[in-house]
Design a protein around this ligand. Structure first.
Ligand code: IMP
Length: 208
């Protein structure tokens, strides 16, 4: 089966192709979409529809991000824009490493302002969210949303080779490491994207 994937993010493509080995993912060369929805699901459906209107063939789209409890759910749907201007984050950042440091700093500042104990994982709770849409017609789609629950680390994992984006600052207490330190297979088994795609695989196999 061939599916268009509405993304320009090479990390997502790599992960998704490993998660969906029996599907040939086709990446549009210059896909863009204004992400003006108010939640992950709206943006995911919007991305899927924008691409469907161009290719007129089944597509998937993923909208994802990191939501942090003590920051009121931010950066949330603005995760990719975080640090690009002061509407999205407290500090300006020029690369992902700076964004990761900046998030840790924002979390520590927010906890201190609220007189909350920054050493407790309970107070540093966050989650990755992924809304994955499968669309076979402009008004025919299904969206699966999943999470990976974690905590904001006290510092980004050093020398972590795996993952991408905010993986080095999302610590999983039950694994004793950050998402960036998981193997590819481990991450894909428990991640927001991996679990959403597992629902899609079940759905597709029930259709056959
Ligand atoms: P979008 O879905 O393209 O709007 O961007 C999502 C953004 O959220 C990415 O650019 C990453 O910064 C972040 N993100 C989403 N999923 C992950 C993940 O699995 N690991 C780390 N960061 C992620």
């Amino acid at each position: 089966m061939k599916l268009y994937f509405a993304t320009q993010n090479p990390h997502k493509v790599g992960e998704m192709q490993k998660i969906l080995p029996n599907i040939e993912l086709m990446i549009p060369p210059d896909f863009t979409c204004v992400e003006d929805g108010t939640d992950f699901m709206q943006n995911s459906v919007k991305k899927a529809r924008s691409l469907f209107q161009v290719v007129n063939s089944p597509v998937i789209a993923d909208d994802s991000g990191l939501c942090i409890d003590c920051l009121g759910g931010n950066p949330g749907i603005f995760s990719s824009r975080y640090g690009s201007d002061l509407r999205y984050g407290k500090f300006l950042c020029s690369n992902q490493a700076e964004k990761n440091l900046s998030i840790v700093k924002e979390v520590n500042e927010a906890l201190s302002e609220k007189s909350m104990d920054a050493t407790l994982w309970e107070n540093r709770k966050c989650r990755f969210i992924c809304a994955l849409t499968f669309m076979t017609g402009e008004n025919r789609f299904i969206c699966f949303q999943e999470t990976l629950e974690g905590c904001i680390a006290h510092a980004p994992a050093e020398d972590a080779k795996g993952g991408f984006g905010y993986d080095p600052i999302v610590f999983l207490p039950e694994y004793g490491k950050t998402v960036a330190e998981l193997s590819e297979d481990e991450k894909n088994r428990i991640s927001h994207r991996g679990k959403a795609a597992a629902h899609l695989i079940k759905y597709l196999s029930a259709l056959n």
